[in-house]
Design a protein. Sequence first.
Lengths: 258, 304
Amino acid sequence: MSFIKTKKFNLIYSIYLMVFTVIIGFLFIIQISQIYYNGLENEIIYSRDIVNQYLSQIIIPIILYIISIIIGFIVSIFYNPKKGFTTSYEYKIKQINSLVSQDIINDESYIYINKEKRNRFIFKIVVISINSICALICLLYLFNINNFLSEGNLIEQAINMIKFMLPCILISIISLIITSVYYYFSMKNEYNILKKILPLYRGNNEKKQTKNGKVILITRIAILTVSICFIIIGICSGQMGEVLSKAAKLCTECIGLG
Amino acid sequence: MKEWLISLKTWFICHKPTKRRLIQVYAALLYNANIKGFITGNIYKGDTKGLCVPGLNCYSCPGAVGACPLGALQDSLSHSGKSIPYYMIGILLLYGLCLGRTICGFLCPVGLMQELLYKIKSFKIKKGSFTRLLSYMKYVILFVFVFALPIIYGLQGLPLPSFCKYICPAGTLEGAIGLLVNPNNDSYYEMLGPLFTWKVCVLIFIIVMSILCFRFFCRFICPLGAIYSFFNKISFLGIKLNEDKCISCGKCISKCKMDIKKVGDHECINCGECISVCPTNAITFKGPHIFLHSNQIEKNEENS
């Protein structure tokens, strides 16, 4: 298989597996929710038989998923394109910024760059808000018991859930894609402008000595002394015994048993 | 056929476990050395449980032989109305000072699990400004779930290990599921309810995201990593960057899958993967020679 074909295969396979992974995750969550919400109608929520019964319903997709992973793993042994490094524009911009002097602030191009930065910040805030709202709506649906207590079967409930949640998920994904594309072009633009004006405003490229060895040494000695003192005080006051008594008992609340 | 055999051989040579992976596996096995517990379905009750392990490992796991630092810290804080938790603060300071986030990279079983999940060849979410922003979420979780809620509820006489109770995937996977799969523990099924449902959903979400995103839990959620990150710059072990040698090519940042801004900052887990890509050998392991040999490349360069 040629390099391009291998690369294409890897791309298709990775997208396929990503979708499959998300589906499997959703199936698990649906089954767990089903066990819980159906159990509320009866007296017993969980039992080994009920868990086995519900999880056996999704055994085929799980087996297919595992087979997909194994096949992909075997194929990747023989057809694996070499990966190269790509440095992001964000990092390149930072590198250039570290080389230029403060006079650049008055440059017209730099004022334009600042506008771009502001736009990116606004974009980021808007996307975070959109995603938070979408997540909130989905969570409200998931935690509304009435959505899962109807007499409809599992598939019907799953379809209702997808119908309700899919627009939110799509909006969220689209907003993230748009932001990523916008960020890429905005940063590329900024990088090119900075590269052009760099020779005019090149500052002193002297490396600053940030680490002060003495301060670090004093901090280390202080923390070491304090930590040893605290441990000794803790052991003497019986706190180690408290940790032991807590850890030696099964904490059902900690592990989510109830 | 011969080409396939060569490919297979090459693959095995390229993918033989690194020293870091072996240390991760040994650490996970050492934390869960009570194999008898997995068979009987009971947790270990020996004296070693008075000591905390450095990584995130649930003390309710049938195999656990040490206490979880986060669980013990929350428990101590919930009793902080009576006394200051000197012991736990001392332990965390000591671990942080000696190892920093090297613990995340080398000694955490949850980190190992996530790295293995990430090996599944799915489409991956790459790091960027959004993930960097999200990486500060773990500090919020640390403050709210590990410090604020246990102290507030503890002062009212209601001990609440809120992070363990509502979020921790290690507790669900190692503790709850580890106990429930054992046929001797069928009685535990009667205790399960909404909390377990929520925690399994959180666990599934974290597993799925760990397949799609490198160390999802460590980067965005883990409060233990957040605690150790404060010590990363002053810890005895870790990664150091020789700024005189650095040519700012950015290969180390590109190679790193964590949300670091520069080598050795608070997000760096000191895995050392950037050492091999640095063209000027400016990155080395720091630390006393008793514990760790410095980078061989640097040594060779000095000799030459």
